[in-house]
Design a protein around this ligand. Structure first.
Ligand code: ZN
Length: 256
């Protein structure tokens, strides 16, 4: 979905809209938001998804006349597999991750958390990797803000527009429910996370029309103080419950 743009010279295109849920019997789901920004001579992606999204991502770029090689910058919100793993698709690009996030992720014990250990270790020494500080302008007009809790060095990214701002929350606030109740699931530190939710609420309320793009939900705007989705939900899975591979049952994952 396209966001009304340009905003501060950027076209904002949500190539993959994240899903606000988890599985019941099969562990994490990890369907996360991936955004494309074009402007100021840059083709930037915010987050890049997990292994399962690779083909879709290449297809979504192709639909826009782009190849992975055309992406100039990758801005990572945090070091979980479902947001950062495909940096290897964009190894030629400048890859931004929070300095605190990298320091934390490198020390995570192997084989126990959603941190993809080997991808993090490789990124640390990668020639185009850049470890960003809180408040840094990571590409022209886009600022990083440390929003800890979900992970210790998580970054949100903020574009200040003429009329309104766009806040890419990553997993600091994953979905509408977390915004509304101020509490978060799957967090490293619940109290620190709630403080980050409150901080992002302040940014959101700063100007009417400000948009948030969460890590696992549809972009939203505030109307009379309440989050309002900017698109219809479109989530489904298909399963082979029949007797041949051509027969699939589609299961809608949306509540209307
Ligand atoms: Zn995460």
């Amino acid at each position: 979905m396209k966001i009304e743009s340009p905003i501060n010279g950027y076209d904002i295109d949500v190539m993959v809209v994240g899903f606000p849920g988890k599985t019941v019997c099969h562990g994490g789901l990890g369907w996360s938001t991936i955004v494309l920004l074009r402007g100021h001579g840059r083709v930037a992606m915010i987050d890049t998804g997990g292994m399962g999204v690779r083909r879709l991502l290449i297809e979504r770029l192709r639909e826009r006349g782009l190849k992975p090689a055309d992406v100039t910058d990758l801005l990572l919100s945090h070091a979980h597999y479902d947001h950062m793993l495909n940096w290897t698709m964009l190894g030629h690009a400048r890859i931004v991750i929070g300095a605190q996030e990298m320091a934390w992720a490198l020390k995570e014990p192997w084989g126990t958390t959603p941190v993809p250990e080997l991808y993090v270790r490789e990124l640390q020494g990668w020639k185009t990797a850049h470890q960003a500080a809180d408040g840094e302008e990571v590409i022209p007009g886009i600022f990083a803000r440390v929003t800890p809790g979900h992970t210790p060095g998580h970054l949100c990214y903020i574009i200040k527009g003429r009329d309104f701002d766009v806040i890419f929350t990553g997993d600091a606030v994953k979905n509408r429910a977390e915004f509304l109740c101020g509490r978060t699931d799957m967090t490293y530190d619940p109290a620190v996370s709630s403080a980050s939710v409150a901080a992002i609420w302040s940014l959101w309320r700063e100007r009417p029309g400000n948009i948030v793009i969460p890590g696992h939900d549809i972009p939203m705007v505030l109307r009379e103080g309440m989050p309002h989705y900017l698109a219809e939900r479109q989530d489904a899975i298909a399963a082979w419950f029949g007797n041949d591979i051509d027969t699939m049952t589609t299961i809608q994952l949306s509540v209307r």
